[in-house]
Design a protein around this ligand. Structure first.
Ligand code: PGA
Length: 219
């Protein structure tokens, strides 16, 4: 069986106390499956508490950041750079449509962020909203997330997700493509059972620990 990448995307949700309760509840039922990799992407503020809990409880879970600075360390007030993230996490989400839209992140900025992340050994989960979008060099994981499907309860069809994954894989060797956009426990399998889809990026449905566990089980 292929290994899946199953990613929770907290976005700008959860205080540290809420993230702690989430991981406590999640770990009660969490059973890693074969070679699947489970990643929790959370705001910077919660990464440290999640890391400590995962270590103390020897859980097979990786962490990811929701964003990274386009700059290295230095006089960039307010930024959190890739080296700082690497202390706490192994993954980072770059190119999410919410950042492109609300924070005017251009392809150039996203490429700069990707370079910083790769230089510091972070695995980039690079989000694209359609099959023709630019993908920076060195990216090994792409999340296909059509805008109409994000947070709407209206996922893309597995068939369409499959054809996008195929197209993108033609452009880049050794690429994993995961699907995101209104993934739930009821539809996750329809995506992960396709050989071209290597996992899912789950927003809203990951905020509930029990539901994210069910998604992992059903994937
Ligand atoms: P959603 O979000 O699962 O709430 O649709 C997915 C995402 O934006 O990563």
């Amino acid at each position: 069986m292929k290994s899946l990448l199953l990613v929770a995307n907290f976005k700008s949700n959860k205080t540290t106390a809420e993230a702690k309760s989430w991981i406590e509840e999640f770990s009660k039922e969490y059973r890693g499956k074969e070679d699947n990799e489970v990643v929790i992407c959370s705001p910077f503020t919660s990464l440290s508490i999640l890391k400590e809990y995962i270590k103390n409880n020897k859980l097979e879970i990786k962490l990811g950041a929701e964003d990274v600075s386009a700059y290295s360390e230095g006089p960039f007030t307010g930024e959190i750079n890739a080296k700082q993230i690497k202390e706490l996490a192994d993954y980072v989400v770059i190119g999410h449509s919410e950042r492109r839209k609300n924070f005017n992140e251009t392809d150039d900025v996203l490429e700069q962020k990707t370079r910083q992340a790769l230089k510091n050994d972070l695995t980039v989960i690079y989000c694209i909203q359609d099959k023709n979008q630019k993908i920076p060099a060195g990216v090994k994981v792409v999340a296909y997330e059509p805008i109409f499907a994000i947070g709407t309860g209206n996922p893309d069809t597995p068939d369409n997700a499959r054809s996008v994954a195929l197209e993108v894989k033609k452009r880049i060797n050794d690429l994993k493509v995961i699907y995101g956009g209104s993934v739930t426990e009821d539809n996750v399998k329809s995506f992960t059972e396709l050989s071209e889809i290597d996992g899912v990026l789950v927003g809203g449905a990951s905020l509930d620990a029990k539901e994210f566990n069910r998604i992992i089980q059903k994937a």
